[in-house]
Each structure stands twice: as C-alpha cells, then as structure tokens.
Design a protein around this ligand. Sequence first.
Ligand code: ZN
Length: 234
Amino acid sequence: MSGTPSTEPQSNEPQTYQHRWIDGKAIDLPVGKVVCVGRNYVEHAKELGNEVPDSPILFIKPASSLTDISTPLHLPTGQGEVHHEIEIALLVKERLHCADAMDAQWSMAGYAAALDLTLRDLQNTLKEKGHPWERAKAFDGACPISGFVDVRGISGKQPLEISLQVNGEMRQQGNNTQMLFPIFELIAHISHVFTLEPGDIILTGTPKGVAALNSGDVFVAALGNVLRVEGSVA
Ligand code: ZN
C-alpha cells in the first residue's frame, strides 16, 4: 500500500458503531464489551450435540465486533460457514458488580435484536483442539445489532419473542421462557464474573435453527411486536 490513504472505508474495516434507539437517535453511552452466553436454550444445545450446562457458558466479544445490523453485513470469507444466531440483547446503563437479579433489571437501558455471528467450522476445530473461540466469534463485525427499545416499552409479564427470517423463511423463533438461565438472573450471574459497565451489551443465547448465512441473503429480525429490522448480506 502506498500513496494517500483512501477516504472510502474498506469493506472489511469496522464501521463506526454507536448505540442508537430504534428511531435512530444516538444513545449517550460509550460502546463497551459484549458478554454472551452459550447454550441458554435447551433445543439449541441439542441441535449442536452439546450437553446442557449447569452454569452459564460465558464468552466476550470486543466492542470492535459491533456493527449496525441494517447495513449490509460483510462476512469473513475462506474460513467455512458463518452461522446466524439471533439473540435478545440488552444494553447496560449502570455499573453492575456482584448484583442480584433486581439490580440487574434496574440497570438496563434497552432491548435489541442481535446476531452472534459464528464461524461454525472454525469454532468446531478450535473446540476440538481446546483452543479459545475468539477467532470464530469475536472478529470485526461479528455482532450486528439493531437499535434499542427503551426497557419501559417491554412488558416483563409476557414472553418476549425473538425471531429471524432468512430469504422469507422462518429460521429461528424462541422466547425468554425457554431459557435455562432467565435474563436478569443471567445478568446478575455475569456481574459476579465480569463487572458490567455503562454501554456494555449482553447477549442472552440463541434458540434452535442456527444455519449458514450467504452472500445475497436478506433477513428480518424481530423482537416481540416492538422491533422489526431488515438486513442483508453483502
Ligand atoms: Zn450465541
């Protein structure tokens, strides 16, 4: 590379991400880490041939994995299948350390729909070797996320459904009553392991139906009846 750097962003360069409400207004919180849970839905653990865990399996995606779900996704190439995992996401507004479920509930700003993009073939190889998963789950753009719905817009009394349609076909559909570790107990548990800071995000696990995304796919992610976002794969 020589000469003047191009002002055109490279397709694989992370876009500048900022937390936003669903109306597009910026949220005045920094962009932090993303804490994720594996196998929080029994049916999904089974579809990958995994044991159901007795404590949450936690991992982190860095802030550089975050990207706006409604801008065309640039998937890594030449490393096998990239799977979609649609998940209910929450945005932290207050610091949480060794919290209980009630504190966890009061410390959230909003809900969103997020994709925990996973290089599945690579993840399987890493698992076999006993290596960490980051190369398969924490790459740039590995966490496309929608705008947030204010927590006050979500009833805690009704099941909260998350779904993903790809090319018009329903691929994943589940709700929080199917979780092994309910949302706020899960967040409280996380806060005993990793202090959660304002602007951090929590992904709460994926229902069954994970499969590959491919170039040209179009998808619709929905959260209850409060959020519906369309996206595509570049
Ligand atoms: Zn996941």
